[in-house]
Design a protein around this ligand. Structure first.
Ligand code: LCS
Length: 395
């Protein structure tokens, strides 16, 4: 498949990254080995010098991992991918690759809680400063730029507020200022949004979510656009060591075969649920990029082909009502994470965004009663029936 790049996206999901292997298997074998034999001393030396292509040691490169990396790079329209042990490993490796002491980072306010915490702790202890902005307001991004800004880091839609940033406009700001735009594309997946098309330099994912799609793997990926950046990132990842293992790479590669189909169903279900929530008397507000009255609807239309499977909403009864709903759901499961085939519900203020602290949450628009729903691919009627009975428990 890597030989022929002109197939439709849906077909690429099934075939991308798959090559020819001994005995003719139709899926890449799992090369569950930590190391690879050299033919002789010269072969080993040539591999280390980079004068011959081949495998040395799984932390450096592994064929099963590489097949998955090639697949996702192809789906994102990038040059190559780097499989990481988790989404956080992809994020920290990217920061280490692009930032050094004295640099400045602009980051969207609505990011996964531990990303915010990483920036405010380990990254800031290294002498790297950061400004958090409401990235849906392009002017805020522009005003935050300093002479030493090297990276603009965006999640769009942001976790959990689902605010959307204008990738084309922000990539222009980044490039006018010699900075790189890094986009966490976890919430959309390449099936719905390919940030490289809009000028993004580095795309990363928690593959734990939609890419794998089956809630049975923790993994991440970084996709870059050119060979020079790839070599630099590969060296950084090899030194930091947060690589994916072959079995998880195999599972993700298997998962992406159904990515297009799954995303289609996630979007269909989520729109029906968001519209149902919107008219429900116990709901204060709903955010879903597919709702025509969503404040970021128009920006979203420019850069994604579907609004995704994530919904956030606030119950009129605030925190207590949210807690009651979460204790009352029977079909949707009360769990963090997202992007799997099963519907999951959670409360960011006490769970995924707890470590940020109340003040940072309030700045990021994460209200105390905000509930996040990761809409699965089940029959939508079952999800709505469950929410309905849970809402009936609230006074
Ligand atoms: N980026 C985004 C947008 C995420 O939502 C997450 C995890 C990560 C990166 C980190 O990925 P990981 O290391 O877990 O693979 N988000 C989670 C969430 O919202 N609930 O639980 C995990």
């Amino acid at each position: 498949m890597t030989k022929e790049k002109n197939y439709h996206f849906d077909s690429k999901c099934v075939h991308a990254g798959i090559g020819d292997y001994e005995f003719g298997p139709v899926v890449p074998p799992i090369y569950q080995t930590s190391t690879f034999k050299f033919e002789n001393a010269k072969h080993g030396a040539d591999l280390f010098k980079g004068e011959r292509e081949g495998y040395i040691y799984t932390r450096m490169l592994n064929p099963t991992v590489q097949a998955m990396e090639n697949a996702i790079a192809e789906l994102e329209g990038g040059y190559k991918g780097l499989g990481c042990a988790s989404g956080m490993a992809a994020i920290s490796t990217t920061f280490f690759a692009l930032l050094k002491s004295g640099d400045h980072l602009v980051c969207s306010k609505a990011v996964y809680g531990p990303t915010n915490t990483l920036i405010n702790t380990i990254i800031s202890q290294l002498g790297i400063t950061a400004t958090f902005v409401e990235a849906s307001q392009t002017e805020e991004v522009k005003s935050a730029i300093k002479k030493n800004t090297k990276v603009i880091y965006i999640e769009t839609p942001g976790n959990p507020t689902l605010s959307i940033a204008d990738l084309t406009a922000i990539s222009e700001i980044a490039h006018e200022n010699n900075a790189k735009l890094v986009v966490d594309n976890t919430f959309m997946s390449p099936a719905l949004q390919q940030p490289i098309q809009f000028g993004t330099d580095v795309v990363l994912h928690s593959m734990t979510k939609f890419l794998n799609g089956h809630a049975d793997v923790v993994a991440g990926i970084i996709v870059v656009k050119d060979e020079e950046t790839y070599k630099h990132f590969r060296k950084t990842l090899n030194q930091l060591g947060g690589v994916i293992d072959p079995f998880n790479a195999f599972l993700v590669h298997r998962g992406i075969k159904t990515l297009s189909l799954r995303m289609q169903r996630h979007c269909e279900n989520a729109l029906v649920i968001a519209e149902w929530l919107e008219q429900h008397p116990k709901i204060e507000w709903v955010r879903y990029p597919g709702l025509k009255n969503d404040p970021d609807y128009m920006i979203g239309q420019k850069q994604h082909t579907g609004p995704g499977g994530m919904i956030t909403f606030e119950l009129k009864g605030g925190f207590e009502a949210g807690e009651k709903v979460m204790n009352s759901v029977k079909f949707c499961q009360l769990a963090v994470s997202l992007g799997g085939v099963e519907s999951l519900i959670q409360h960011p203020a006490s769970m995924t965004h707890l470590t940020m602290g109340k003040e940072a949450r309030s700045i990021a628009g994460i209200t105390e009663g905000l509930v996040r729903l990761s809409v699965g691919i089940e029959k939508v009627d079952d999800i709505i029936a469950d929410l309905k009975q849970a809402f009936d428990q609230i006074d």
